[in-house]
Design a protein around this ligand. Structure first.
Ligand code: F6R
Length: 245
């Protein structure tokens, strides 16, 4: 595990965008694993700026997103398909046909999981997986539980995740209770994993997952075993482990 210390959220965005830009420059048709939520937005804004200044070309990039709420159509303003379009895809020259997100409208989780895992395999696997982390240590929507689930699957969102994400919806009752997520095996198969963590509300998860034991009740802890895992975190997110850096 490598830790890149950033000053603040903006600094995380610049540093992480540089890593992703290097990946695209070295392999223009790379497969990027992408995340939603508030954590990667400053990274996406920096990637958009690099594209606009002519430094980055997304024309051959392929992408697979981590997760999607079950039951939301891609045009729902809280779907992750909508998020990706608004925050990255529509601002760069990525070919929409090369972007992939689990289908929130797929009725059968097992079928959708199989389809998505086969798709990732057919693309040759993920070159660089970008992740955020939940305050409870989740990655994608792999919530704390008693096993690491390998492939894409349906999850019941944890109450704490529903509360955390209610800020994006009109009311907590509008937050979907189920989602589809790439599994821990698919994330661990990515050739490089970059996790961004900012703010003091991530400090406990950073401490538990990256400085504590590896266990499925701290899902991100498995990344300690990944051969090329980079944590990009600000001072606030690292505040509980400052003495161990
Ligand atoms: C989103 C995702 C989630 C988020 C996590 C943190 O695609 O997979 O694991 O990364 O919930 O969310 P934010 O960044 O909003 O704090």
């Amino acid at each position: 595990m490598r830790i890149i210390r950033a000053k603040d959220y903006e600094d995380i965005g610049r540093k992480t965008a540089n890593i992703i830009a290097a990946q695209i420059q070295l392999k223009p048709d790379c497969v990027l694993g992408l995340a939603t939520g508030s954590s990667p937005i400053s990274t996406y804004q920096n990637l958009i700026r690099m594209y606009e200044s002519g430094d980055l070309d997304f024309s051959q990039v392929r992408s697979v997103n981590l997760d999607e709420y079950k039951g939301l159509t891609p045009d729902h303003d809280q779907s992750y398909a909508y998020f990706m379009n608004e925050n990255l895809f529509k601002h760069v020259n990525i070919d929409h046909a090369n972007t992939n997100i689990p289908s929130g409208m797929a009725p059968d989780g097992a079928e959708e999981g199989k389809r998505y895992d086969e798709l990732i395999r057919s693309l040759g696997g993920v070159d660089l997986q970008l992740l955020g982390i939940g305050a409870n240590g989740h990655i994608g929507f792999n919530e704390p539980c008693d096993e690491f689930i390998k492939g894409t699957h349906q999850v019941t969102l944890a109450e704490s995740t529903i509360k955390d994400n209610a800020r994006f919806f009109e009311s907590i009752d509008d937050v979907p209770r189920y989602a589809y997520t790439m599994g821990i095996g698919s994330i661990m198969s990515a050739r490089r994993v970059v996790l961004v963590a900012n703010g003091v509300n991530k400090a406990q998860a950073v401490k538990d997952c990256f400085f504590g034991p590896i266990k499925p009740t701290s899902p991100a802890s498995i990344l300690q075993l990944h051969p090329d895992f980079i944590l990009v975190a600000d001072e606030a997110a690292l505040s509980l482990v400052a003495d161990q850096l």
